[in-house]
Ligand binder design. Structure first.
Ligand SMILES: Cc1cc2nc3c(=O)[nH]c(=O)nc-3n(C[C@H](O)[C@H](O)[C@H](O)COP(=O)(O)OP(=O)(O)OC[C@H]3O[C@@H](n4cnc5c(N)ncnc54)[C@H](O)[C@@H]3O)c2cc1C
Ligand code: SF4
Length: 328
């Protein structure tokens, strides 16, 4: 067993001070990712800063209509919040499609955003993996890459999907991540938060060492819109997405006035699809229109040995979701 220091913080300031700008320190929220990876020896923090005593557990409506969510709000609380159920059905559904009841009761908003990939070569602790051990190679590219490997946003260094369902819904809604760190506070657009792997897959997000996510602010809901999350997976519960879609539409009769579309299970980050949104805008809803639009999302897709099926499956995730949402 490896030794590590443990500190318990009662405020963001205490948490940031205890963490410092040490790359080998980690915040402990629900622990459902961190503890697994420490036990697997994939993450080896020298210092663990427990933030369960930090009061970041409120959900508040801001004057401009946006919803501000504390980083320690659990996935269960967020999914069941009346404002989320009413105004952001896509988010509530995405959260409830993730993990299990017990995990959602522990998992937090900040931790969910920061969860690590489910690639088995990353988690086994020994295979070549540029994310875990930079420069060692990527065992997945020439190995088994059927379920948790991407067709969008991949590189020669890493092809792992971002596993979060919640983040796909947030990508569609539009959000801002509020962070606090040794240098003060700042805001990061949700679309810029997760990084493509490129040549540096070990760098997964825009946080600097020691920065703490304090809140996520969702854009104000689109008046008169409907939204839904559709997750396609090997079995219907307790399984990561093979392909998923988060869709928000505002209709005027049978005409699509506005659409937001994001995808999970197919990209190396939560994948917003602006080209699909543009192709839908102003069109009369029909399966043919949805299918043509969905194809655009995958124009730059790269299939690996075992995951080529994700290209038609991802398109179907968009088409089915749109069909259900726009049905009279
Ligand atoms: C068996 C299993 C099945 C799962 N299935 C799904 C699924 O289907 N869909 C899905 O979306 N997810 C799934 N998950 C992942 C789960 O959603 C995440 O483990 C969880 O959301 C992480 O939140 P946490 O609070 O437990 O994070 P922790 O484990 O406490 O932390 C995770 C990481 O985030 C960092 N961190 C935590 N909070 C902050 C903060 N405020 N600021 C900065 N850094 C922070 C930690 O240092 C750590 O590196 C599954 C997990 C398991 C174990
Ligand atoms: S896909 Fe990424 S996480 Fe998986 S082995 Fe390759 S570098 Fe590692």
């Amino acid at each position: 067993m490896r030794h590590f220091d443990y500190a318990r913080a009662e405020s963001p300031q205490q948490a940031i001070a205890a963490h410092g700008s040490d790359r080998d320190a980690a915040f402990l929220a629900g622990g459902t990712t961190l503890l697994d990876l420490v036990k697997l020896d994939v993450m080896q923090p020298q210092t663990v800063v427990d933030i369960n005593g930090v009061d970041l557990t409120t959900i508040e409506r801001l004057d401009d209509g946006r919803l501000r969510i504390g980083a320690m709000v659990t996935n269960t609380t967020l999914a069941r919040d009346a404002r989320v159920v009413e105004d952001y059905a896509v988010l509530s559904q995405a959260l409830l499609a993730g993990a299990s009841t017990q995990l959602r009761n522990k998992a937090t908003t900040g931790g969910n955003i920061m969860q690590r990939v489910r690639c088995p070569y990353f988690r086994d602790g020994v295979s070549a993996c540029n994310k875990r051990d930079p420069g060692s190679g990527c065992a997945a590219i020439g190995g088994v890459n059927r379920s948790v490997h991407a067709v969008l946003g991949t590189s020669d260094s890493c092809i792992a999907t971002h596993p979060s369902d919640m983040c796909v819904a947030m990508a569609a809604i539009g959000a801002t991540v509020e962070v606090q760190g040794p240098e003060g506070t700042r805001e990061i657009d949700f679309g810029d938060f997760h990084l493509l792997p490129g040549d540096t897959p070990a760098r997964e997000h825009a946080l600097e060492p020691g920065e703490l996510i304090t809140h996520v602010i969702l854009e104000a809901p689109i008046h008169g819109s409907r939204s839904a999350y559709l997750k396609l997976r090997d079995r219907q519960s307790y399984q990561f997405a093979l392909a998923s879609s988060a869709v928000i539409v505002r209709m005027d009769g049978n005409t699509i006035r506005e659409a937001r579309v994001a995808m999970g299970g197919v990209g190396t980050k939560p994948w917003r699809a602006p080209e699909v949104e543009a192709a839908l805008k102003g069109k009369a809803a029909s399966e043919a229109v949805f299918a043509d639009a969905a194809k655009l999302a995958f124009e730059n897709a790269i299939a690996y040995a075992h995951n080529g099926y994700k290209i038609p499956l991802g398109q179907q995730a968009i088409v089915r979701n749109l069909s259900d949402l726009t049905a009279a």
